[in-house]
Design a protein around this ligand. Structure first.
Ligand code: ATP
Ligand code: SF4
Ligand code: MG
Length: 319
């Protein structure tokens, strides 16, 4: 299957007052065309920084020391800012956690959709308006035509998120990066938005990078999955294989902590909290919390992400 995007050995640092702190360690990620790939892990593990590296919208104090981000065979890290601007919102669209950050409260939805369509393709206003109606229908906004004159605040959170997805579709985005797209929404609406993302993948063939801290939420939607811990990808596999046969102790701990997952498994949360990037943990970053920790091994050697079978990879010294 064809790869749309490939991150290779990405190392990202923050400049602190006195020293540099590493936030991403040799991150590798492959997004196959037309599939949903989930990136999961606890807060602070580096999901958003990975997404922002692709978009090249990093905070000022962050810098990429090494690595490649190959999108359609070109390394985005070599792109000029003008080329990146061309790509953002066009070929690659970001759906953020809070939809208000991408919608302008001062303009109607119709206006914003038409502007954005015309900025990305040479069409007349009338053609752009037709396309705007089309994508509003696609994301199932009831009475789409009548809603074009509405301002963002006249929509609920779930409807705003649908409009952002409509914007991505209006510009024919090939890759949608959804960074916790439903965290701000209630559970029923969460499911509706996830169903919509799945439908779009199935009908239009858009590739999706789905970022979430919620393994239970993504489990029904994703084709493949990467688990991150403290700046490292610790496991990567096709979803079916991952949920049937998780290998890394952190993934297993995450799965065990899901409510109602497996009756045979005792429900428990993972003890302790992930380290901050300032903490210097030797060996495997997960060792202070790992049930399988082996002194003299896990606190000394750094595990590398290694192929276990097919495309199932794990970064653990024992599993
Ligand atoms: N502007 C910043 N300056 C310094 N450190 C930062 C900054 N932004 C993020 N970090 C650090 O980089 C690491 C990765 O952050 P990131 O936002 O990618 O985490 P995340 O996995 O998206 O978490 P969450 O689930 O909370 O969104 C964290 O340890 C965070 O403290
Ligand atoms: S390397 Fe050791 S501490 Fe790290 S996940 Fe594997 S068993 Fe646990
Ligand atoms: Mg984040």
């Amino acid at each position: 299957m064809e790869n749309l995007l490939e991150i290779k050995n990405l190392n990202l640092f923050f400049r602190g007052e006195e020293k540099e702190y590493q936030a991403l360690y040799d991150v590798n990620l492959t997004l196959q065309k037309g599939l949903i790939h989930a990136l999961v892990g606890e807060s602070g593990c580096g999901k958003t920084m990975t997404a922002m590296s692709i978009m090249r919208l990093l905070p000022k104090s962050a810098f990429i020391k090494s690595g490649e981000i190959i999108f359609k065979e070109e390394n985005l890290l070599k792109y000029k800012e003008s080329q990146m601007r061309e790509l953002r919102g066009n070929k690659i669209a970001l759906i953020p956690q809070d939809p208000m950050t991408s919608l302008n409260p001062l303009y109607t939805i119709g206006n914003q959709l038409v502007e954005s369509i015309r900025a990305h393709s040479k069409v007349t206003e009338r053609q752009a308006l037709r396309k705007a109606r089309e994508v509003m229908d696609l994301v199932k906004i009831p009475d789409a035509s009548g809603k074009l004159d509405f301002y963002p605040h006249e929509f609920s959170g779930g409807m705003k998120q649908r409009i952002i997805i409509a914007m991505a579709l209006a510009c024919n985005a090939e890759l949608i990066i959804a960074d916790e797209p439903t965290t701000a929404l209630d559970v029923t609406i969460q499911k509706q938005i996830m169903d919509l993302i799945l439908e779009i993948k199935n009908e239009i063939g858009t590739t999706v990078l789905l970022i979430s801290h919620d393994l239970a939420l993504v489990s029904n939607y994703t084709d493949s999955i990467s688990v991150m811990y403290s700046g490292h990808v610790v496991e990567q596999a096709d979803s079916k294989e991952f949920f049937r046969n998780p290998k890394h102790p952190y993934s297993i701990a995450l799965l065990n902590s899901l409510p109602g997952n497996n009756q045979a498994m005792r429900l428990k949360t993972i003890m302790g909290a992930p380290p901050s990037i300032q903490e210097n943990i030797t060996g495997c970053k997960f060792h202070p919390r790992c049930d399988f920790y082996e002194p003299g091994l896990c606190d000394t050697e750094e595990p590398k992400l290694t192929v276990r079978a097919g495309n199932h990879c794990s970064a653990c010294l024992k599993f």
